[in-house]
Design a protein around this ligand. Structure first.
Ligand code: T5A
Ligand code: NA
Length: 213
């Protein structure tokens, strides 16, 4: 097992979905499972609220600051770019990254405000393309029922409906869809299967690609 890790790369696995779709719960479960299996794995999330751009994003999401729609879009993107080379070196050294939200969130949420879809994609071009995107499919109504939305900026039903539409436009061959309304243990099982298949494919030499180029 150790020899395999020495030679092969890790995977970039992204979890996407509406607010309250269950991404963070399943990310935690998947990371624990993979660690038990001896997979080199790290848990990541965007926005990364620990960096200086992340702190600006966090204040904006909490409605503690106001920013132009395009400015916040570019901050979310910059928050990914500042992590790009670290992500690549970890993956190439054999670590699998389980990432809670990525460029698809960046585009779907900004486009839901009415920004041009292609304009939203442009700053993401060239970031590392995920090997697998697991989309947590849930209706905006059902998501809203889960403990109710909090006070963050985007946690409103009408807005989440638009986000869902833009997500469906972003679907590509790297996506696997899970029914996020199923019981958590069943969702967990499906997520494990998708992730393990992806990790094996990457270990066998699947090249690491760039996003949308
Ligand atoms: N954003 C993000 C942008 O606009 N641009 C960007 O580029 C990026 C990266 C960040 C916000 O920023 C936006 C998107 C977001 O609006 P966040 O910090 O990622 O937000 O927060 P959310 O993703 O919204 O996290 P949530 O905590 O709301 O949702 P999760 O992580 O999807 O859901 P989770 O796991 O916390 O579960 C929610 C509740 O549902 C229950 C859980 O127990 C929990 O109570 N639950 C289930 N209940 C029944 N059945 C199941 N299968 C369940 N799974 C979970
Ligand atoms: Na979350």
């Amino acid at each position: 097992m150790d020899n395999v890790h020495d030679k092969s790369r890790g995977s970039l696995i992204v979890l996407e979905g509406l607010d309250r779709s269950g991404k963070t719960s399943q990310s935690n479960r998947l990371v624990s499972y993979l660690k038990e299996k001896g997979v080199l794995v790290e848990s990541w999330r965007f926005p990364d609220r620990t960096t200086s751009t992340g702190q600006m994003i966090s204040a904006y999401l909490a409605n503690e600051s106001q920013l132009d729609d395009r400015a916040i879009h570019l901050l979310f993107s910059a928050n990914r770019w500042e992590k790009r080379s670290l992500m690549e070196s970890k993956i190439m050294c054999g670590t699998t990254l389980i990432v809670d939200r990525y460029s698809y969130s960046g585009v779907a949420f900004s486009a839901a405000k009415g920004l041009d879809f292609q304009w939203c994609k442009a700053p993401e071009v060239g970031l590392i393309a995920p090997d697998l995107v697991i989309y947590f499919d849930i209706s905006p109504e059902k998501a809203a029922e889960r403990g109710g939305y909090g006070t963050e900026r985007y946690e409103k039903l009408e807005f989440q409906k638009k986000v869902a539409e833009h997500y469906s436009t972003l679907r590509d061959a790297s996506w696997k869809i899970v029914d996020a309304c199923l019981p958590m243990d069943i969702v967990e099982e499906q997520v494990r299967e998708f992730a393990m298949a992806c990790i094996l494919t990457c270990q066998k030499g699947k090249p690491l690609n760039k996003l949308w180029s």
